[in-house]
Design a protein around this ligand. Sequence first.
Ligand code: PLP
Length: 441
Amino acid sequence: MTTPAKTAAGASDEVIRKHNEYLWPAVTNFYQKPLVADRASMQHVWDLEGNQYLDFFGGILTISVGHANPKVTGPVKAQVDRLQHLSTLYPNEAIVGLAEKLAQITPGALHSSFFTNSGTEANEAAILLARMATGSFDVVALRHGYSGGSSLAKAVTGQAPWRKAGVVSVGIAHAANPYCYRCPWGLKYPDCEVACANDVENLIQTGTSGQIAAFLAEPIQGVGGFITPPPEYFKIVFKTVKKYGGLFISDEVQTGFGRTGKKWFGIEHWEVTPDIMTCAKGMANGTPVGATITTKELAASFQGLTISTFGGNPVTAVAARATIEVIEQEHLIEHVNTVGSYFRERLEQLREKYPLIGEVRGKGLMQALELVKDRVTKQPAPQATAQLLERTREQGLLVGKGGLYGNVIRLSPMLNIPKSDVDQAVTMLDKALALTSSAAD
Ligand SMILES: Cc1ncc(COP(=O)(O)O)c(C=O)c1O
């Protein structure tokens, strides 16, 4: 692809001005001077001035198989011209084709899908179904989790900045999350005997009615900063959830569709088969669709009517199916495992070099750096994180930010990223870290 022509100086300023003028201020941008995106192709993004970036955040983990991948955009364009939308009142090949594919790749007896436009709605549908199916109301979620932007999803979310006014948390209790780097009990794995998992039972006994509708968690907490649990955590919690009558909901919005390597879904690493799974983001390579997938029996327990007007729209359904087929045909789940392990090794080397990096964590191509002012006190370094974001941009690399304390760099390139691009990204990250660390001295 040829580099796009540079636009007139000031074009970005005008877009930024209009963004500030006409969008809610709550819709924030990255960077002191926001990057005005113009176009993208596979692993690269170009801004309006024609500068090229290597994208290691992929539109917040939405780009699974590369920007504008023709294997996805081709079927999408054909579908737009054939049947764009008619609603779920009329079955069509696109929606059933996707639902069938999901039934094939999801674990256990997950078989039946309800499509939405987003992860938020997918989680809403999951909680509603769990409450109907069990007759219980209480939901247990995790601190530091992120579940979406609706009132209920915000109530399930476990981070104050995402839970401001209007959030009604009745019937939702938050357990301590498996955040080994900042263990709330100050314990060390494995000597801790996974105290956080065992505490879920105590929370159910003390913070709920004693019978729960569901436990909802992300297999790796995304917005929370790719917080990765110890391997036994979910197995222990699963038993507790069943003991108290609940359904296990795995929020795969970030961890789904091969992102973590070796497996299609994040929860499969933890050897738990969920009752309900929610998906969105990378599922359709940047096209808005969400899904709540469950067993036939549980799906049948939904009471009354429901519809999502655009949910499972033929264009998005075709995009999702094409994305899944690219992952299958190009053996990307194995590729993510291999290239993700290599990326992790390179990041660990950076940790040895820069005391600013307190921890490297994640799985597959979902890797994070938690930045701290001091490795002993583990005091978060949000200013250095913001600086690192600026410096990586100057190097031509796009990375993400996250974590309750704003001190986690999130790295999630497309699943078909070549190893050579990982090397290039690490070189750019290395330079950016050197500049950030020297400025912090
Ligand atoms: C784990 C998780 N669940 C749910 C959501 C909400 O998805 P959406 O923004 O598509 O509504 C997000 C979004 O970041 C997420 O990361």
